[in-house]
Write a protein that binds this ligand. Structure first.
Ligand SMILES: C[S@@+](CC[C@H](N)C(=O)[O-])C[C@H]1O[C@@H](n2cnc3c(N)ncnc32)[C@H](O)[C@@H]1O
Length: 260
């Protein structure tokens, strides 16, 4: 049985823009302060995407943000076309700038303004990436994601997911995540956890003086890998944990030959 392509409603993306630019205030700072995160995440992602066959279809990046995950996935699977799905207009501006700086990447990445409900999915995907996003999804959205991945991923193809704020333990006490000198000023990112979310705070300092401060409260469900594995199993996906907060879902388990 061949699966139909999903359709998109052009009005939905606009609704998503206005309703959910949770990350708008973070976009200016996101890439400048991302290095510690990606020092750890880059190798994990490359390993998880090793062996992906781009001939099966495009690679889906859900919650592509500024394109850090999109670019890393594109570099890990050099011949893949990519579908980058991102609801935040602010983050998409940074994504567009990234694509403008790498014309070859721009030729490979199709951007959807919105969420999973807005993207036109092909019958088959060679892989999927959902980094920093699963905790933002309501249970019903996660169920939709697992079902679509189960239907569309090529047999044995990976969907790469992470669950916690990977830049910090989920501490309630404010924790400084990263610092970076930009011109004469020092940029800082801070995290502060809560039961149902966390707050990112960005500070720009001129010496001891804070010249700007932006707080970004983010809903985050706190869902862990065990819950992801249970939910994904209902949709027929097998979960392999690669780190405490990082896993790969597949439609079929890896064989001995795949491991060797
Ligand atoms: C922590 S950022 C991660 C960005 C990128 N994947 C990375 O690893 O750098 C999470 C992203 O998920 C997006 N997001 C939030 N809710 C979403 C949803 N329901 N569907 C798709 N993306 C969503 C946010 O706008 C944000 O850009």
């Amino acid at each position: 049985m061949s699966l139909p392509e999903t359709t998109s409603d052009p009005h939905t993306a606009n609704d998503a823009d206005s309703a959910s630019d949770l990350y708008g205030a973070a976009a200016e700072f996101y890439d400048l302060l991302a290095a510690p995160t990606w020092a750890r995440l880059g190798p994990l992602l490359r390993g998880a995407l090793d062996g992906v066959d781009p001939g099966h279809g495009p690679l889906l990046d859900i919650g592509a943000g500024t394109g850090l995950s999109t670019e890393a996935a594109a570099d890990a699977v050099p011949d893949a076309q990519l579908l980058a799905v991102e609801p935040s207009a602010g983050m998409r501006i940074a994504l567009s700038t990234r694509l403008a700086c790498r014309p070859a990447l721009a030729g490979r990445v199709t951007v959807t303004a919105g969420t999973l409900r807005d993207v036109r999915l092909p019958r088959r995907l060679c892989a999927a990436v959902a980094l920093g996003v699963v905790g933002h999804l309501a249970p019903v959205e996660r169920a939709l994601l697992w079902r679509l991945l189960s239907e569309r991923l090529a047999p044995g193809a990976p969907a790469v997911v992470d669950v916690l704020d990977r830049t910090a333990p989920p501490t309630r006490a404010p924790l400084r995540l990263a610092t970076r000198r930009v011109g004469d000023l020092e940029y800082e990112s801070w995290s502060e956890g809560a039961d149902d979310g966390w707050t990112l705070t960005y500070r720009v300092r001129d010496g001891e003086t804070v010249v700007r401060e932006h707080t970004v409260p983010l809903p985050w469900s706190g869902v862990g890998i065990a819950t992801v594995a249970e939910e994904a199993a209902v949709a027929g996906l097998v979960c392999t944990r690669l780190a405490p907060d990082f896993a790969v879902l597949r439609t079929t388990p890896l064989t001995r030959e795949d491991h060797s």
